[in-house]
Structures are given as C-alpha cells and as structure tokens.
Design a protein around this ligand. Structure first.
Ligand SMILES: CC(C)(COP(=O)(O)OP(=O)(O)OC[C@H]1O[C@@H](n2cnc3c(N)ncnc32)[C@H](O)[C@@H]1OP(=O)(O)O)[C@@H](O)C(=O)NCCC(=O)NCCS
Length: 342
C-alpha cells in the first residue's frame, strides 16, 4: 500500500487535549446608560412596569464611535490580558451574534485582525440568545479533539440597532454589550465540559425574528410591525424560556448523575429577571448560585452569558474545581447548555 506522508504528519501533530480550561474573560459595556425613566420620556412606559415584569432598571447603549466589532475587540483584549496570553496564541475566534456587522465578511474575521491575531480562523455563530452556549460547546469540542489549543468565544450584540424604539413591548427589554471567554487545552484532566446540549425548534421561528422584507413575515396577514426590527411574541417566549431553563437543568443533572446542590453556579442567559427568579425558586437554588445582572444590562442576547461570567470572575466567585452550568435560550427557537468542571 502507498504510504501517505501528509496523513502521517497530521496524525503526529494532533495531541488530544487532556482537559480544557477557561483561562480568561473580558467584557465591554458601551458608554451610554439609558434608564427606564429615560425611556419613559419617549414612549408610553414607566419604571414600575418594566422593573416589575422584567427586573430591568437600565441598559447600556452604544455611543456614536462604538459598534458591534469595537465592543467585541474591547472585551477580547481584556480577556487576553486576563488570561495572560498573547493575541497571536489564539488559533480560532468564534463570534456569536445576531447583530453582525455584515453578512460578508464575518464579524469574527475583522475582530481577529483588530486584536492582532491574524491568521487565526474566524466565524460568526448565529443562534440568537443561545449563541454563546453554542460557541462554548463547539470551542470545547474542537480543543478536545486536539486540532486547536486556544479559542476565543465572543458574544457581542448591538440590539439597539434592531429594536423598534417606538414598540414599548420590545425596546425596553434589550441592551448592547460584549463578553469574551478564552478556552485553552490544559494538563488538568478534570477541567472541561462534562455535558453539553444544543437544540432548536424552527417551527417556533415566528415567536422571535427580524424580518428583512415582506416575504419574511408570516403569511397569515397579521403582521403589523416594522421590517428590519425585532418582532417578539412575549407571552410565548416567556413560556418557552421557563420550560427550557428547567429542561436544561434536569437533563444536565440526569446525564451526569449530579444533584442540584452539587452545582456551584448557574450562569444563564439574562432573558428576564422574573423567569430567572421563578426558576431559582422552583429548583430550590440559593440566591448566590444563580447570577443575575439583568437589572443593570437588560437582555444582551449572545453577550449576556459571557458578561455574567466575566463579572463572576472579577468578583472571584468561580474557582478552579467548581461545577458551573451555563444555559441559554432564544430565537430560532434555540437553546443550549454546557456543564463545566472549571
Ligand atoms: C415582554 C413581557 C415582559 C411582557 O409581559 P406581559 O405580562 O406578557 O405583558 P403583555 O405583553 O401581555 O402586555 C400587558 C399590557 O402591558 C402593556 N405593555 C407592554 N409593554 C409595556 C411597557 N414597556 N410599558 C408599559 N406597558 C406595556 C401592553 O400594551 C398591555 O396593555 P393592554 O393590556 O392595555 O393591551 C413578557 O411577556 C416577557 O418577559 N416575555 C419574555 C421576553 C423575553 O424573555 N425575551 C427574550 C427571550 S431570549
């Protein structure tokens, strides 16, 4: 049989990672803080309605000189510094966003160039509010396979560009921001993802979507929104988020044989404070084990989980050996979870 030198070379360079660690985190919150009272000056809403139903008090919105890429670059540079690595060590960057700069090139490629990590690979992941969990799961699996050593997973969103600022049912819920986690192969065998899932149900697409043109809207004649802005059926999304959160927790525990009390922290997508609080109470999770920052940042879609992770990291509330469950759900409909031994 003919020998295949190139295959032999590839095989000899692949080293299956024994463990995967999250070695650094960062976040970028844009400069302009918009409170509920600020919103009530332009639309018929008030702080009490928003806060009681969502737990949101304020959100960050980009200033004129900021955009979805600049936020990602700031968050990723901070994560690089936090990890104590050089940008050139990054092999691949996954940019999770539903508000990309353009369809082509992908936002990730320009982030890689801006942070000085060229020629690292780059792609955008579009899974709405589940995006970062999808990215985290893929990054783990790629490193574990031995093909990559260091991967940056970025969640970055400028939702202020895609909400209808005249629609009080949606615009009060969202904010802008970015967060990054850097994953790297480690000799600590125990570190890494113990269980992961990524799911979707496209039959529910019209519960949360951004129509570009008339042909994108449901053909039942009920559409009364504005094209190119986020459309949401709040009640249906609420029910979906509550049941999905529960399912993600139950499945992760069943698959690993762990108990809810074994978890050190749950880092969940910040969809709505009420959803998170009710899940916490039903599952009997103590307050300090389910991180909530929606009061300050509102719902930042794919950015919310890495922003939470960075804040927890800053507060030294996650340490090596901890069991941390990441959960996300959103448009698609999509959902995902990732259970980690840190
Ligand atoms: C959006 C959400 C807060 C709305 O709460 P709700 O209790 O379902 O409220 P409704 O949409 O039924 O509206 C109730 C009333 O409040 C009004 N209202 C809606 N938004 C308002 C606002 N910002 N300020 C004041 N009143 C508002 C409605 O017009 C309605 O008035 P009406 O009864 O006179 O028609 C809630 O459905 C929700 O949290 N959904 C999930 C959203 C989410 O998590 N999205 C992201 C998923 S990743």
């Amino acid at each position: 049989m003919q020998s295949n030198d190139s295959q032999a070379h590839v095989a000899s360079t692949i080293k299956i990672a024994s463990g995967v660690a999250i070695i650094g985190t960062g976040k970028a919150m844009p400069g302009k803080v918009v409170t509920n009272d600020d919103l009530s000056k332009n639309i018929d809403t008030n702080d009490q309605w928003i806060n009681q139903r969502t737990g949101i008090r304020q959100r960050n919105i980009i200033t004129e000189d900021q955009h979805v890429r600049s936020l990602a670059v700031d968050a990723t540079n901070q994560a690089i510094e936090n990890a104590g690595i050089k940008a050139s060590e990054i092999d691949l960057l996954l940019c999770c966003t539903m508000t990309p700069e353009m369809n082509c090139p992908n936002t990730g490629a320009r982030i890689v160039a801006d942070i000085g990590a060229t020629p690292a690979g780059a792609m955008d992941i579009s899974a709405a509010c589940s995006g970062f969990i999808y990215g985290l799961n893929m990054a783990y699996s790629l490193i574990k396979s031995g093909g990559y050593k260091t991967i940056a997973v970025v969640g970055t969103e400028v939702l202020s560009n895609i909400v209808d600022w005249n629609d009080r049912r949606t615009c009060v819920l969202f904010g802008d921001g970015a967060g990054t986690a850097i994953l790297q192969a480690t000799d600590r065998q125990e570190a890494g993802c113990l269980y992961q899932t990524m799911g979707s149900n496209g039959n529910g697409w019209q519960e949360l979507y951004i129509p570009r043109c008339e042909t994108d809207v449901p053909d039942n004649g009920t559409f009364s929104g504005t094209l190119n802005t986020l459309q949401m059926n709040g009640r249906e999304v609420y029910k979906f988020a509550v049941s999905t959160f529960r399912k993600c927790v139950d499945q992760a525990l069943a698959a690993t044989g762990l108990k809810i009390t074994d978890l050190d922290m749950i880092v969940a997508h910040q969809s709505n404070g009420r959803i998170l609080e009710s899940a916490r109470e039903k599952l009997g999770i103590p307050e300090d084990k389910l991180y909530i920052n929606i009061d300050l940042h509102a719902n930042t879609s794919a950015a919310s989980v890495p922003i939470c992770l960075h804040e927890l990291n800053e507060q030294k509330r996650i340490k090596s050996g901890d069991l941390v469950l990441f959960i996300g759900m959103g448009g698609g409909l999509t959902w995902g979870s990732s259970l980690w031994r840190i």
